[in-house]
Design a protein around this ligand. Structure first.
Ligand code: G3H
Ligand code: 13P
Ligand code: ZN
Length: 304
């Protein structure tokens, strides 16, 4: 279970393993270049919808090709919601899976996660569970702190009942471009309490994209319309000193890629070869990933 080793090393040595989603082939290309150039280990995450986009036939080949690269790269299922998708990912050769039962009642989350742990561990695949709901609001309005943030006591119970290798927690971050209503704030106080209850379990932080204005402004300047974007700029500077050992970023690369492509297409209206704008998008992803690796994860120069 090589991913557990990766995360434990990061926890012990005060850095974070970047877990970056691959939404398309160009983003994959960019992330591989950035990880190699920065000498950083990397987790490449694939969601169920990304699996459907790539198709299983091509994913098998992609995974085999990635295995041949001499660099610490782990391939991970992001937000698996069912045992079926976990089985599909393991069959395709993923190193680790996430089972996301965070919206289920505690006992059902435990039941589903335990089932996945039993299945995955017997196949040498590690498992990330999630406790706490990453969402600012539900249909009835804002969620209360108790509904939303991970309870440290429950985290302890959850880990011992399920046997997960790492735990994703809810401490304020959210997915997508609009992460906060009101003041952006990550509850490091809650994280500290969780760390005390589960001192040996690497913590995973989802919804970690910074959402820098340079990307939003460029997208909006070149014909896009993204309103009220608000992310984690300045909130993750010291995250590497905590037990957060895996940080999930997807939206930042979507923004980097899209902003570069929009600019290129506007300035070069005569271009129609996808490789022309694809290359510009890949360069933007490389730059963004290098910056996250160096400034947030501190995972550069960890590969000898
Ligand atoms: O946390 C969710 C990830 O960003 C995956 O999103 O299902 O659109 O690939 P996706
Ligand atoms: P972002 O939307 O902040 O990039 O979060 C991605 C994520 O958590 C994937 O699991
Ligand atoms: Zn996530």
């Amino acid at each position: 279970m090589k991913q557990v080793k990766m995360l434990k090393d990061a926890m012990k040595n005060n850095y974070i393993v970047p877990a970056f989603n691959i939404a398309n082939f160009e983003i994959l290309r960019g992330l591989l270049v950035a990880a190699k150039e920065m000498k950083s280990p990397i987790i490449l995450q694939i969601s169920e919808s990304a699996m459907n986009y790539f198709t299983d036939e091509l994913l098998v080949g992609m995974i085999q090709a990635i295995r041949k690269i001499k660099h610490p790269i782990s391939i991970h299922l992001d937000h698996g919601k069912s045992i079926e998708v976990v089985k599909r990912a393991i069959k395709l050769g993923f190193d680790s899976v996430m089972i996301d039962g965070s919206t289920l009642p505690f006992s059902e989350n435990v039941k589903l996660t335990k089932k996945v742990v039993t299945f995955a561990h017997s196949r040498n695949v590690s498992v990330e569970g999630e406790l706490g709901v990453l969402s600012i609001a539900n249909d009835d309005g804002l969620l209360s702190d108790g509904q939303r943030f991970t309870s440290p006591d429950e985290a302890k119970k959850f880990v011992s009942l399920t046997g997960v290798d790492s735990l994703a927690v809810s401490i304020g971050t959210n997915h997508g471009v609009n992460k906060y209503i009101g003041e952006p704030k990550i509850r490091y106080d809650i994280l500290k309490k969780i760390e005390k209850e589960i001192p040996n379990i690497p913590i995973v932080l989802h919804g970690a994209s910074l959402i820098e204005s340079q990307y939003i402004d460029k997208i909006n300047k070149f014909g896009g319309k993204i309103d009220k974007a608000i992310g984690n700029v300045n909130l993750l500077k010291n995250a590497y000193k905590t037990h957060i050992s895996k940080i999930n970023m997807d939206t930042d690369f979507r923004l980097a890629y899209t902003s570069a492509v929009r600019e290129y297409m506007t300035i070069n209206p005569d271009k129609y070869n996808p490789r022309d704008y694809g290359n510009v998008g890949i360069s933007a992803v490389i730059e963004c990933a290098k910056s996250r690796i160096k400034n947030i994860c501190k995972s550069n120069n960890r590969v000898k």
